[in-house]
Design a protein around this ligand. Sequence first.
Ligand SMILES: *[C@@H]1O[C@H](CO)[C@@H](O)[C@H](O)[C@H]1NC(C)=O
Ligand SMILES: *[C@@H]1O[C@H](CO)[C@@H](O)[C@H](O)[C@H]1NC(C)=O
Ligand SMILES: *[C@@H]1O[C@H](CO)[C@@H](O)[C@H](O)[C@H]1NC(C)=O
Ligand SMILES: *[C@@H]1O[C@H](CO)[C@@H](O)[C@H](O)[C@H]1NC(C)=O
Ligand SMILES: *[C@@H]1O[C@H](CO)[C@@H](O)[C@H](O)[C@H]1NC(C)=O
Ligand SMILES: *[C@@H]1O[C@H](CO)[C@@H](O)[C@H](O)[C@H]1NC(C)=O
Length: 452
Amino acid sequence: MILPIFLALGILLPLQAFASVTIRKTGRAPTGHEVDFRYVNTTAKRVLIGGGIQPFTDQFHTTGTSFRFNGRYDPHDYQPGDFYVSNPSPQLPAQPLYKWPYEMKASEDGVWTYTAPLPSGIYSFAYLVNCNYAPNCSIDTGHLVIDPDLPPFQNVQGDQVASSFQVPFDAEFQSSPELNTNFDYALDAPEGHRGVVKTVNYTSPGSIHPAPDVHDFSIYLPAEYGTLPGKKYPLLYLSHGAGGNGADWENLGRMSHIMDNLIRLGQILPTVVVTPSFYNLDSQYGKFIYGNKSHSVPIPPAPHVRENFEKYLFPWVEEHYDVCQNASCRAFAGLSMGGVLTYEMFVNATDRFDYYGMFSPATNAPYIDAASVAANPGLLRKGIMVAYGLYDFVFPQARELQTALDAVGIRYINRVTPFGSHYWNTWQDELWWFGVKVLWKPLPFGVQTGRG
Ligand SMILES: *[C@@H]1O[C@H](CO)[C@@H](O)[C@H](O)[C@H]1NC(C)=O
Ligand SMILES: *[C@@H]1O[C@H](CO)[C@@H](O)[C@H](O)[C@H]1NC(C)=O
Ligand SMILES: *[C@@H]1O[C@H](CO)[C@@H](O)[C@H](O)[C@H]1NC(C)=O
Ligand SMILES: *[C@@H]1O[C@H](CO)[C@@H](O)[C@H](O)[C@H]1NC(C)=O
Ligand SMILES: *[C@@H]1O[C@H](CO)[C@@H](O)[C@H](O)[C@H]1NC(C)=O
Ligand SMILES: *[C@@H]1O[C@H](CO)[C@@H](O)[C@H](O)[C@H]1NC(C)=O
C-alpha cells in the first residue's frame, strides 16, 4: 500500500488509487503549501469536499454571537492571521468570492480534482457525491464517500466518517503580528519519539457497540511504554463530545502527535491516554450511529456515564495497562459534552482524579456552591483547567462555570483560545495547554502554577 500523503516530496500517484491528498511545499504565497485532492469517480455528476474543511475568517471580521456576519474567505485569499471556524450555517447566502463547501472539477473523464493553498492545521474531509445541499448529504443519504486511500482511524468501519491530514506551518507566509496560528505541535514527532495509538475492546456488560457486552476506547501508549519493566504511567482519560466517539481525538484531533510532542519537549512526563466512548454503553438511550443525521439519540446523562465507567472502564484499564493507581497521577478531561462529563467526575468522582480539563464545556446550572465544598473539601485541592474559544458557542456556559468556581474560591488555569470556535483546532489548542500548564503540576494550584 502506497502512502496517500506525500509531504514536501516529488509526487508519484499510484496508478490504481481512487483518491489521494497531496500536501506540497510551494515556497510561495499565500500559505507556502498547496493541497491537491484527487478522487476518481466515473459516474459522479458533481463532487463537493465536505466534512471538516471550514471557511476561513480573521479576528477582525468574526463575531462570537452570529456566524451570519462573519467574514468568510476562500483559502485562495488566505492572509496571515486567518483561521477557520466551524460554521454552523453553510446555507447562508454566499458572499462575493465565497464558495463552500469546495467544489471539485472533473478535469478528465471521471477524475475529480481540487487544489487549494491551506495554512497550518488539521483538516478533516469526505467527498460529497451528487450533493446539492451539503448539510443534507451524510452517510444516511448515501452521498458521502470516505477517501478509500486515506481511511480514518477507527475501531470498526462506520465509527468515523471523515479522513484527515495536517498541513505544516510556514513562518515566511503565515506569521502574523496579531495571532499565532502555528499548529505544528500536532505534526508527527521525530522518529524515536512516537508513541502507539490503537483501539481496544473491553468487557462492558450491557454495551451495544461494537458488540453485545463489549465496548471500546482508543489508547495512546507513549514511546517509552513497555521498555522499563514495572514502571507505572500517569493516566489521562480524554472524552469526546456529542455526536462523537473515542476515535475522534485521534482521527480528528491528532491526540497522539500532541502527546508525543508534549513529552518530547519535556512539558509532561510520559503519560498514557485513554479516549473512551460515552454512547452505546447500554440500550437505555437508543443506538447511536456515527454521522447518521436521520437517526438522532439523546446524549446519555453524565452521572449515568460516570457510573458505567466506574464499574467497567476504570478497573479494566488499571488491570490491563501499566498505569498508576492513585489520584495524584490520574486526570480526566473532555470537550463539550465531554467537558460536562469532566465536571461530573470533578464533583462526583473527586477522589479518583487530581486533574481535570474542561474543554469548551457545555455545562449548566446548578453548579457547586459553598455547601458542596463544605461537604467535599477535596474539590478545593484539584488541578483544573477551564478552556474555551473566543468564538465558541459555549463561551457563556464556560464563563458561568468559571464564575461558580470563583465564587467558592477554587483556583483554575484559564485558556481562551484566540482563534477558537467549537471545533477541533480549538480542542487541540486546549489539550496542548492542558499539558503545558496543568498536567501533573504540584497541588494546590497557585498564581505561579504553569509559569515555568
Ligand atoms: C461514485 O459515485 C456514486 C454515485 O454516483 C457512488 O455510488 C459510488 O460509491 C462512487 N464510487 C466511488 C469509487 O467512490
Ligand atoms: C434538506 O433536508 C431537509 C430535511 O429533510 C429538507 O426539509 C430540505 O428541503 C432539504 N434541503 C434541500 C436544499 O435539499
Ligand atoms: C441511519 O438511520 C436510519 C434511521 O434510523 C436507518 O434507517 C439507516 O439504516 C441508517 N443508515 C446508516 C448508514 O447507518
Ligand atoms: C472489537 O470488536 C469488534 C466487533 O466484534 C470488531 O469488529 C473489532 O475488530 C474489534 N476491535 C479490536 C481492536 O479488537
Ligand atoms: C501514586 O502512584 C505513583 C505511581 O505508581 C507513585 O509513584 C506514587 O508514589 C503514588 N502516590 C501516592 C500518594 O500513593
Ligand atoms: C452528582 O451526583 C448527584 C447525586 O447523585 C447528582 O444529583 C448530580 O447531578 C451529580 N452531578 C453533578 C455535576 O452535580
